[in-house]
Design a protein around this ligand. Sequence first.
Ligand code: 9MR
Length: 328
Amino acid sequence: MCMSTSMGLKDIASRKGIAVGCCINDAHLNEGKYRSALVRNFNLATPEYELMHSQLCPTRGKYDFENADKVVAFALKHKMRIRGHPLVWQSRLNIPSWLARQKLSRSEAAKLLKDHIMTVMKRYKNEIHDWVVVNEAMNDDFKSGKFKLRKGFWFNRIGPRYVEMAFRLAHIVDPKATLWYNDYSMDEINGKSDAVYRLIKGLLKKGAPIHAIGLQMHLASHWNLDPKSVEANIRRFQKLGLKVGITEMDVRIRKPVTKKKLKKQAKMYSGMLRVALNTRCEDFSLWGVTDAVSWIPESHKGYDAGLILDKKYRPKLAYENLVEALNE
Ligand code: 9MR
């Protein structure tokens, strides 16, 4: 079936039963090209930073949902599903500074965890039905090969059980919501994905309401991911009864950006999309649509051009390869 060229990724993907998603940054929603690129290509939205604890609650007891509301309203207006992200994340960027300074007993910390989860989920109970409940709880100590739950704000005050606690609280607030565990560098079968698999399997055995696994898939174009290993990793989580999604894909390029590196990037994007299609993932989501709006240059010095449209919103080879993979 020939697809009209005016169709975006989401239209072509809909025939394959997979959602195509993107993070949305409210600061750029006043830019026409940014809005059009999102509306044309995606039917799943993840607020890029607007639901972070530090953004929502910069002052104790006072929530400011203004920016998050903008992303939610935009997504609903354009019939995009929304994945709320993140409810619980120990990153220093996510924990509000007033909270980080608190000396808390275990029960006080548990109450604050519960209050935050309830406050955020209740506000969007009718709009958001997928939540990243816990983000990046596993350390990434590939050097030692010893993978265990990261120490951090909630771990240090509540202990390792904060993960299970967060999922159980989220399920109580919205028993119908799909609850996700999301992490990076766990796309292939490796020490970290093994550790997450053991963690999640154990929690499921205890009846923890975990429904889905998000593979963030933040890659670099000089890496070589083994599609078979990614496929096997996805399938083993699915065998636990879990949904799996690619939640934050981008493929950063070490500067200078060359044609050869862009070609490799394109191959990686379409290769992972084919894996997502073969394994019937819930979604194939990117952490941005245009190189003009990307966390990469700031966070990965010396890297750029990690997304599928260039800085002038022109489709890159990566975009064309995704269309080709979807049309197969
Ligand atoms: O791209 C996000 C950036 O705008 C935020 O300031 C940052 C806060 O830590 O989070 C970035 O997104 C991260 C996501 O929330 C979790 N996976 C890794 C992403 C890149 O750091």
